[in-house]
Structures are given as structure tokens and as C-alpha cells.
Design a protein around this ligand. Structure first.
Ligand code: HAM
Length: 438
């Protein structure tokens, strides 16, 4: 027996169905917001992520050398790849460029419930739009995606990294270290790091700001603690609150401790938690950033987020959201060997009409086949006997009520698509023998 690598998972049909249900909800929402899908490679040159991901991500990367000696990394996130793609090929697209992607990412973290080494993200970016309105569009998109899945209990926390960046005006590497410790809420290490930078006196202020969470009053507190460094960010967050109200988003808190684990954010930052989940309750996060210039292009303001699909599936499961796969509309049962060919023609006709349909492949008798139809939760069974075939009809059995009706082959698709009571057979027309049009 072989074991899976640590931190990876297999998905059985029902788990895969839940995963795809959430992905579908996210894809539909992104499209509803005018975003277009892009796809980027699963692995990249390691340098791409070294440029600006920050110490947190760098420690967690899966890196390897290919046979040509190149240093590569499995993607820990999508933003750097999308901005690389933008710089090289998408720059001349009309602005704003609104794109999304869905796929797996890899981080070498200590696995636990909700934290894996291979996990999936829904990632969206708006590139090249003025910030206030695109920031609110991005937050509304994340919020709408979770609502589309059916999640009810989420907490949206919005902050602004700009005020801390201004206040902690250290060289970039030192600032990244300090912000990383703040993000992880490692206050003892933060104190040591500030002392090393000769700025121990900033510790009380910074740690107080990082704990400010609540209504607009926390913005006043941040202003009084950080002074001039917070002025622009505080004004911006007030305006953002007004803009979000236009989307009907009023239920959020300002959280000035949102620092984010990645190093590229420059402005508004936000996170969304699902309180149902234990330690790993953050289902998504993002914010405003400028990465195009760091990766060799022209500075272009961008804003985006990623939501962790695995955590959303866990949370939706706890809230009782039904994430069932598309049900089998019909299970076709030939009665007796001579009817098998007819059964295959009919099942193909249903499949080509867009229905989910399956057929007996085991040569079972009708009663075993009905048991099977029940066990795979088919909505209906279509029984094909010689007598019915001669009349151009089938017996359509509703698997829930057990009610059985004769339906003409011509009316079968409509009866199954209608979902209601199948129309009783009236004609006695003989069916033709074409695969997609019996
Ligand atoms: P992030 O906060 O690092 O942001 O990841 C986004 C989400 O991915 C997290 O909130 C979490 O739900 C999920 N996630 C992260 N690590 C794991 C893990 N090990 N196991 C399961 N789920 C995980 C980013 O990745 C940014 N690129 C978001 C962004 C896009 N910012 C601007 N544009």
C-alpha cells in the first residue's frame, strides 16, 4: 500500500462534488462581476515568488531543480503569476483588467484541519483601475461569492496597511520582518525586532494599533496613536465604508491588525473569517497592491483577493449547505437481452439532450437494477420492455414515489426536463432507431 504525501488529500465522489459546487458558485459570481478566467502554470521560476511574497511565503515554498538545473517552485499563490502574465502579455488589454482563476496552490505548512500542503484557491484581481471603486468592487465580489455558496456566518474585517508602512519607515527588508511578526501576532518577537532596529519605543503604539477592531471609532483611535502617518489611510477607510454601503455591505468591522501574510500590499487590506472553523478560520483575504513594477513592468495599481476553497467547503458543510452533485436524471433499465440495444440508444438520446443518464452495464435483472438506481440516487428509472418498445413508449418510474407512467419516447426528454409528473402516453408511434433521436 502506498500512502499520500503529507498534507495532501484524495477526494471521494461526494467530496469532489462539494469542491466543484463551491468552484461553480465562485466562477458564476466572478463572471457576474465581469471577470474573465485566466490560467497560469502550476510551477514557476522560484525568483518570481522571491521578488515580493515576503518571509512567510518563502519559508513555506515547495522548491526543486528541474533536469536543466533551473530553480522552480510550485505556486504558493496566484497573484505573482497573474502579474507576471500581465507584464508580459496582458498589458495592452483594456483597463480595468478583471481576471479570476481557480486552482491548486502548495505551501509547506504544518497540516491540520483546514490547513493543507496542497489546497485550492479562487483568486480574483482587478488591474489598472482607480483604487476606491475597484477596492470596493473586489470586496463585494468576495462577499458575493461566499453568499452564492450559501455561507451565512462570515466576518469581514477591513484595514489599511498604508498607515503601518508609513509609521514603520524602515528599509523594506526590516519593514517586512516587522510586519510579518505583527501578522502572526508574535508580539514578544516583535518587541525584540523593534529593539534591534533601535525603535523599541514604537512597540506599544504598534501593538495597540494592531489590536484596534470595531466601528468607525477605531479609525479615530488609530489617528490619535499614529498621528499624521494614519491620516490618508483613515480618510480612505471612511470613504470605502460609504462606497461599500452602495453594494449593501454594511456588516463589516474595521480591523487595523489586518497585516496579511504576503508582502506586496500597499493600501486597503481585508480578511474574511468563518467563525465555524477552529484555528484556521480565515477563508479569504486580499487588498490593494502594486506588483507590476516589482516584476519589471510599469507601476499599475491593482487590487484582489483569494478565497480558500477547502475552508469554504468545510464551513459550508458545517452550516448545512447542500453541495450535492448533479443528480442522475434517469437510469435506463433494459428488460431482457433483446432490449439492451434499445436501452443504449435511449440513454444516448437523453445524454445528448443535456440530461444526466446512465444505463445498466452489468446485465442485471430489473429488480437489482432498481436497487442500483436507488443507491446512486437516480431521480427516475426508464424501463424498456418488449411490449413498451412495440408501442414506442417506456415506463418512467419516479424513484421517490415509486409511481410509474408510460411515456412516449418522443416525450421522454420533456418529461424528464419538466421534472414534474411525466405526460401520459397518447400516441402509439413506433420509435425510430437513431442513436440521438429514437
Ligand atoms: P492568502 O491570505 O495567503 O492570500 O491566501 C488566501 C486564502 O487561501 C486564505 O485565506 C486561506 O483560506 C487559503 N489558504 C492559504 N493557505 C492555505 C493552506 N495551507 N491550506 C488551506 N487553505 C489555505 C493570497 O494567497 C493572496 N494571493 C490573495 C490576493 C490576491 N491578494 C491580492 N490578490
Amino acid at each position: 500500500m502506498f500512502e499520500r504525501p503529507r498534507g495532501t488529500r484524495d477526494f471521494n465522489p461526494s467530496q469532489a462534488a462539494s469542491h466543484r459546487f463551491v468552484e461553480r458558485a465562485f466562477r458564476r459570481t466572478a463572471e457576474a462581476f465581469g471577470c474573465r478566467e485566466v490560467l497560469t502554470p502550476t510551477f514557476e521560476n522560484v525568483e518570481l515568488f522571491k521578488a515580493k511574497s515576503g518571509p512567510g511565503i518563502l519559508e513555506e515554498m515547495f522548491t526543486f531543480k528541474d533536469k536543466g538545473g533551473r530553480d522552480l517552485a510550485l505556486r504558493p499563490e496566484f497573484t505573482a503569476s497573474i502579474i507576471r502574465f500581465y507584464n508580459s502579455e496582458l498589458r495592452s488589454e483594456p483597463k480595468p483588467l478583471k481576471v479570476f482563476t481557480l486552482g491548486n496552490c502548495f505551501r509547506y505548512e504544518e497540516p491540520q484541519m483546514g490547513r493543507y500542503r496542497e489546497f485550492w484557491q479562487w483568486n480574483c484581481e482587478i488591474i489598472g483601475a482607480p483604487s476606491l471603486e475597484s477596492d470596493s468592487d473586489v470586496i463585494a465580489l468576495a462577499d458575493a461569492g461566499l453568499k452564492q455558496v450559501g455561507l451565512k456566518k462570515t466576518e469581514l474585517r477591513i484595514g489599511h496597511i498604508g498607515m503601518l508602512r508609513k509609521f514603520l519607515a524602515f528599509p523594506p527588508h526590516d519593514q517586512a520582518t516587522v510586519l510579518h511578526l505583527l501578522d502572526k501576532k508574535r508580539f514578544a518577537d516583535l518587541k525584540t525586532a523593534l529593539a534591534r532596529l533601535g525603535a523599541e519605543q514604537l512597540f506599544d503604539i504598534v501593538s495597540s494599533v494592531a489590536q484596534l477592531k470595531g466601528g468607525p471609532e477605531v479609525l479615530d483611535k488609530a489617528q490619535s496613536l499614529l498621528g499624521q502617518a494614519a491620516k490618508e489611510s483613515v480618510e480612505y477607510l471612511r470613504m470605502l465604508g460609504g462606497q461599500l454601503a452602495l453594494y449593501g455591505i454594511k456588516d463589516f468591522v474595521y480591523d487595523l491588525g489586518v497585516v496579511r501574510g504576503l508582502d506586496y500590499y500597499t493600501g486597503m487590506v481585508f480578511e474574511i473569517d468563518s467563525p465555524n472553523l477552529g484555528a484556521e478560520k480565515q477563508v479569504g483575504g486580499g487588498g490593494a497592491y502594486t506588483l507590476t513594477n516589482v516584476l519589471g513592468g510599469e507601476a499599475t495599481s491593482s487590487t484582489g483577493f483569494a478565497i480558500g476553497i477547502d475552508r469554504v467547503v468545510l464551513s459550508a458543510g458545517q452550516e448545512g449547505v447542500r453541495m450535492a452533485p448533479r443528480p442522475l436524471d434517469a437510469y435506463v433499465i433494459p428488460i431482457g437481452q433483446p432490449m439492451r440495444a434499445r436501452a443504449f440508444e435511449i440513454v444516448m438520446h437523453l445524454r445528448m439532450a443535456g440530461l444526466c443518464a446512465d444505463v445498466d452495464l452489468m446485465g442485471r435483472g430489473p429488480s437489482k437494477n432498481l436497487d442500483y438506481a436507488n443507491s446512486v440516487k437516480a431521480r427516475t428509472s426508464v424501463l424498456i420492455g418488449e411490449k413498451e418498445a412495440a408501442k414506442g413508449v417506456v415506463a418512467l418510474r419516479d424513484m421517490e414515489s415509486g409511481k410509474q407512467t408510460e411515456v412516449s419516447v418522443q416525450d421522454l426528454v420533456a418529461a424528464l426536463k419538466g421534472g414534474g409528473e411525466p405526460k401520459a402516453h397518447k400516441t402509439g408511434k413506433k420509435p425510430t432507431r437513431r442513436a440521438t433521436k429514437p
